[in-house]
Design a protein around this ligand. Structure first.
Ligand SMILES: [Zn+2]
Length: 399
């Protein structure tokens, strides 16, 4: 029996354990705070017998198996979006319902299922062994849903985690995902001079200064080029506000919020500059900026960051993608679909900003993420666990 055949066999024998662990995680809500679900995952890691387990100051949980010099990181975020009104669900979204070979509930797809498979891949590797040259860090990251990648910015800059590759466990329908469009928030602000609303000619209305800018931005959207694999960038205005001393006074400032989706070749600088270059923006002498936010986590840590989530795309011919494809073929006897995600992931930091080779494979379908139909099959859970263990076992990238 080959290593991978053995891994597959063990993963199938762990079906009850993976399912029970996932149902427990779904029954611990983690849309407001991840503290309780982190404790639950940590105790599972202790039972399995990781070589090292720690929670960093931000609140991410890290478990290591293996002691080698080459570091592989496998990531799963444990926060979810809110279940919303539970009347919209056919089942209780926070129970961990299980029937007909599927686990249901908020996070089943996005992405507590991926965490269950990842943690159980450590149980498999406890039996089959981690190659001597490797250390594998399983990262249970937090606050991905609103601020994807900020967790990894912290892990790479402050925790000095230094992986050669990152494998994301977000849902892919067991496809191999190699990139995604990025996004950036941009604000444009015009300034005016206020005066009494009865004599508007004595002032300068900031809202009127904004009007041609709105039209120019609307026109931009149709001009972005189509990019093979990732698709077009997009732009839209998602908010508008103004200030004036009273509703009987000319507006002294106006501001719009822009949602710009980024494709290959788009960067923070290029996205900001193309707004700054609009003639309407120049004429109005408008300010263009990327807002900063201060992420506060359940541990009390505050971490400032910019609202920029970089595009990333791995070459299909890169050694890391090829290694994953070969492992998939050997394990499942089939060719994987290799494609980008249609949503955003922590890859915006790992590959998008820090250029660490990053790929993803996860149980369930990304189209079920954030829906009231979230579910994952037990078959996907055990297959993903087998893949994560096999990926480590077959890792052959020359560093
Ligand atoms: Zn997710």
């Amino acid at each position: 029996m080959t290593n991978l055949e053995r891994i597959k066999q063990i993963s199938q024998s762990l079906e009850t354990g993976i399912t029970g662990f996932l149902r427990d995680m779904i029954a611990i809500p983690s849309f407001n705070t991840e503290k309780n679900v982190i404790e639950r995952i940590k105790s599972e890691m202790e039972l399995i017998g990781y070589d090292e387990i720690r929670i960093d100051a931000m609140g991410n949980l890290l478990g290591r198996i293996g002691n080698g010099r080459t570091v592989i990181a496998i990531d799963g975020h444990c926060d979810t979006v809110s279940p919303g009104d539970s009347a919209n669900w056919d089942i209780d979204p926070l129970k961990g319902d299980f029937r007909d070979g599927f686990v249901f509930g908020r996070g089943a797809a996005d992405q507590k299922g991926g965490i269950a498979s990842m943690v159980y891949s450590a149980k498999i590797l406890r039996e089959t062994g981690v190659p001597d040259n490797l250390s594998v860090w399983h990262v249970i990251s937090i606050r991905e849903e609103e601020y994807e990648g900020v967790n990894w910015k912290y892990l790479l800059q402050e925790e000095k985690l230094n992986p050669e590759v990152v494998l994301l466990t977000e849902p892919t329908n067991l496809d191999i995902c190699i990139g995604q469009r990025g996004r950036i928030d941009i604000k444009v602000r015009t300034k005016g001079v206020s005066c009494h609303g009865a004599n508007p000619h004595l002032g300068e209305n900031a809202i009127y200064k904004m009007t041609p800018i709105l039209r120019d931005i609307e026109k931009m959207n149709s001009k972005f080029p189509d990019i093979e694999n990732l698709g077009k960038g997009t732009i839209t205005i998602t908010g508008i506000s103004s200030t004036s001393p009273s509703i009987n006074a000319v507006a002294d400032s106006a501001e719009i919020h822009i949602d710009r989706r980024l494709t290959k070749g788009d960067t923070l600088e290029s996205a900001v500059n193309e707004i700054k270059e609009l003639s309407s923006v120049k004429e109005a002498d408008a300010e263009v900026y990327v807002p900063e936010f201060n992420l506060k986590t359940y541990t009390g840590l505050e971490y400032p960051s910019k609202a920029y989530y970089a595009t990333w795309l791995m070459e299909k011919t890169s050694p890391v993608v090829r290694n994953a494809v070969e492992t998939y073929e050997e394990l499942f006897g089939d060719k994987p679909e290799v494609r980008p995600w249609n949503f955003s992931t922590n890859g915006v930091a790992t590959k998008g900003i820090f250029d660490i080779p990053t790929i993803g494979l996860g149980p369930s379908d990304e189209l079920l993420a954030h829906t009231t139909d979230e579910k994952v099959s037990v078959q996907h859970l055990t297959d993903a666990a087998a893949f994560y263990a096999s990926y480590v076992t077959n890792f052959n990238i020359e560093i």
